[in-house]
Design a protein around this ligand. Sequence first.
Ligand code: NAP
Length: 311
Amino acid sequence: MTEQTNHYEIAVIGSGPAGFTAAIYAVRGGASTVLFGGVAPGGQLLQTMEIENYPGFVDPVVGADLMSRMLKQASRLGARVLQESVSEADLSARPFRLKSGGKDYTADAVIVATGAQARWLGTPSEEKFKGKGVSGCATCDGFFFRGKEVCVVGGGDSAAEDALFLTKFAAKVYLVHRRDKLRASFRLQEKLKANPKIEIIYDHVPEEFTGDAKLTAVNLKNVKTGAPRRLEVPGAFIAIGHTPATELVKGKLALDEAGYIVTDERTATSVPGVFAAGDVMDTHYKQAVVAAGAGCKAAMEALLFIESGGK
Ligand code: NAP
């Protein structure tokens, strides 16, 4: 490898726990390694308030702190961490070719760890009020609703975390869930129930987001009775899960019906020399520690692939 030619033995795309763990294992395995981390390296955990299930942290760790530690660790060990996104990937021949920040890079093995992005309801009124009261990021926008009432849509861990986070600012938080049971973990459910600012509205879905220039209310429908209910809120946070971020590799790697990269149990994709790790291929667990484990596997497999001369 030389920096002049921008060739690396292993290129990692993505900077969540999977990407950074892959980079850490790749450099420690002796490979020249570059990681394309996007403009704000850290992935989804940048928006996570507190993590208390990542082993090794006795007290809860803020998502951004954990990611900053991983970045520093990967850099200290010798990985080149670029705050750029890969705009094009040619995976049709080796060395693989990547374009990023207007430059061309080549790599003997590529690890795709691009994670997932927040899912939207996909309704026209949601689209109309995006950035005008409808948000996909409580950590980014919660501050704007100091003293106001807001709602969160969803029933999983993300929705529960968002609702809890928003109580720091909002006067009241409605958690709107489409079923009569939350999907969120027991521990988060206990915290929700113990918080006097949170009202859980079961069996309801948003029908329409309304307002003039900005959101003023959300019209809900009871899915069991059809009865309407109106929430007068200037803020609505959508937290209904995530979809894998596979735009870059669509048509180049095999994806399943839901868009996840298909891998075998050793993280190999449909293209020899390209491996995938983390939420971009994890259809089930979607946990930071599982993503980190997959990143480790992907790096070990990429090292083996290189050592065996790409066979
Ligand atoms: P999730 O677990 O898939 O939950 C999505 C929620 O949104 C579900 O309650 C679902 O309802 C609801 N939903 C989906 N589509 C909907 C629609 N069109 N209209 C209304 N509601 C809809 O997603 P997540 O909460 O983003 O979590 C993803 C993964 O990350 C999970 O594995 C979770 O454990 C993990 N995570 C962990 C933490 C943590 O440990 N601190 C924090 C955040 C996320 P149903 O329940 O009816 O399906």
